[in-house]
Write a protein that binds this ligand. Structure first.
Ligand code: 5AD
Ligand code: SF4
Length: 473
């Protein structure tokens, strides 16, 4: 197997002459975008560095989903100012959703910024870098269609491990009343099946064993297939499972409304599809769900979870929750706790409601006091913490196939992921990295599992086994 991080594209093997530092804020989609920005700049001689000091090009890839995003950006820009003072050739770029939402303001407020670029325009980075190297202060916020971006990004990708993100869908038409995504990322767009398969094949050729399909509404995926008919995420997953070398498929983030029957069924039938599903519910109160424009109720969500677990009994669920949405009463909040108790989450992300300018919820009556939000978040987190720990402890005594990703902290230790996305630590040779091996789980904490390799049960054995995951519940 080829070492990770090394690609065979001849252009990319040139020694990097210029240093590129990218700071990524926010979601996995931004992580993917940052990787793609590095890919598009690599042929120009830019290689990644892990500090802004001495960098020729600094990209701040911002997130706008909750408040303090722009405060964080301006404080980072403040820290970059003296660095640029010492190295006037340094270029500073603001990318991502804050760039999209507040581009003009950024240029006005922060002269240190050379240009601002929205998420649909990353393929134009090389041109802009060259242009602003000559005339500073230029701004671009072009609203290009996503298909143009995806077509224009280079095929070559550098990979850093056996698991890679792959964006299949972007944007959101759901307009939850609290959320800025429909405004910053635009309408839903799905990449064609063939383009995704080709990218997955190239990743697999570089040693990638797992793809994480990304989309703001990934289960609304409807990219065109080879007959120009819209596909579904389930059919895309079936096609991806045939790519030689790809053993694991994950996807995130899903909306309960788009959890189609074929996708649920695929979880029971397609062994490459991992038994972990991020399915945000946001609240357990129907009144709040309605005010959020979520288009589902607590009951319909619970029924959906029931159908998913009927198809795949060991499915690990994770969710997103917002506490302190405008008008949320103690009873509404308790309905959320009640829903959490019924679902039993394996992992979760919980947030205090944060007012986003321009969203309908920001103008709603009944905004909740900060101390109430803080108190509710602490109670919710305590319950979610308990559930995550319980889920991990339940794995003790089971043997799980682990995809090893990197060396551990201790010498002779390796770390990988279980099918349920838990980090798993085991003593073993670094040669296991990039391979799937069976591990008997011996102990668990809230955050991870520890186990021992099952003698002789690494890749070749597992590959010969038709069922990758033994369902034992
Ligand atoms: N306030 C708090 N949390 C939010 N999210 C999105 N918008 C807001 C907001 N205004 C959370 C949701 C979403 C996750 C990505 O971020 O829970 O699922
Ligand atoms: Fe935001 Fe709702 Fe769209 Fe998710 S589904 S990105 S929360 S608007």
């Amino acid at each position: 197997m080829k070492p990770f991080g090394v690609t065979e594209a001849p252009l990319l093997t040139k020694p990097a002459a210029k240093r590129l530092f990218i700071k990524t804020y926010g979601c996995q989609m931004n992580v993917y975008d940052s990787e793609r920005m590095a890919d598009v700049l690599r042929p120009l001689g830019y290689g990644m560095t892990d500090t802004a000091e001495g960098a020729d090009l600094v990209v701040l890839n911002t997130c706008h989903i909750r408040e303090k995003a722009s405060e964080k950006l301006y404080s980072d820009l403040g820290r970059l100012k003296p660095l640029k003072g010492e190295a006037p050739g340094m270029q500073i770029v603001v990318a991502g959703c804050v760039a999209q939402a507040e581009g003009g303001e950024i240029i006005k407020r922060a002269p240190v910024v050379d240009f601002v670029i929205g998420p649909q325009s990353y393929h134009r980075l090389p041109e802009l870098v060259a242009r602003t190297a000559r005339a500073s202060g230029e701004r671009l916020l072009a609203d290009f269609a996503p298909e143009e971006k995806f077509d224009a990004l280079p095929d070559a990708r550098s990979v850093t491990g056996p698991s890679a993100f792959l964006t299949v869908q972007e944007g959101c038409d759901k307009f939850c009343t609290f959320c800025v995504v429909p405004y910053t990322r635009g309408a839903e767009y799905s990449r064609p099946v063939a383009a995704i398969l080709a990218e997955a094949q190239r990743l697999a050729d570089q040693g990638v064993r797992e793809v994480v399909l990304l989309g703001q509404n990934v289960n609304a995926y409807s990219g065109l297939d080879e007959t120009d008919a819209p596909s579904t995420l389930a059919r895309l997953a079936v096609a991806l499972a045939t790519v030689p070398g790809l053993d694991r498929i994950r996807y995130t983030t899903s909306h309960p409304r788009d959890m189609a029957d074929d996708l649920i069924a695929a979880h029971g039938e397609l062994h490459a599809l991992m038994p972990y599903l991020h399915l945000p519910v946001q609240s357990g109160s129907d009144r709040i769900l309605k005010a959020m424009n979520r288009a589902h109720t607590a009951q319909s969500y619970l029924e959906l979870v029931g159908r998913i677990r009927a198809a795949r009994p060991d499915m690990a669920l994770s969710g997103d929750f917002i506490v302190g949405f405008p008008g949320e009463s103690e009873a509404d909040f308790e309905a959320t706790l009640d829903l959490v108790r019924q679902v039993r989450y394996a992992a979760a992300y919980s947030f205090k409601y944060s007012k986003r300018p321009g969203t309908p919820a920001s103008a709603m009556q009944g905004q909740i006091a900060e101390d109430v939000k803080t108190e509710r978040l602490a109670r919710l987190n305590a319950l979610l913490y308990e559930q995550q720990e319980a889920f991990n402890v339940e794995q003790i005594g089971r043997t799980l196939p682990v995809l090893f990703e990197r060396e551990g902290r201790k010498p002779g230790q390796v770390v990988g992921r279980s099918p349920y996305l838990q980090p798993v630590w085991a003593m073993g040779d670094a040669a296991l990295i990039g391979r799937i091996a069976e591990v008997r789980i011996e102990s668990a904490t809230h955050g991870s599992l520890v186990g021992s390799l099952v003698e002789g049960r690494s890749d070749p054995h597992i590959k010969a086994t038709p069922k990758l995951v033994e369902v034992a519940v």
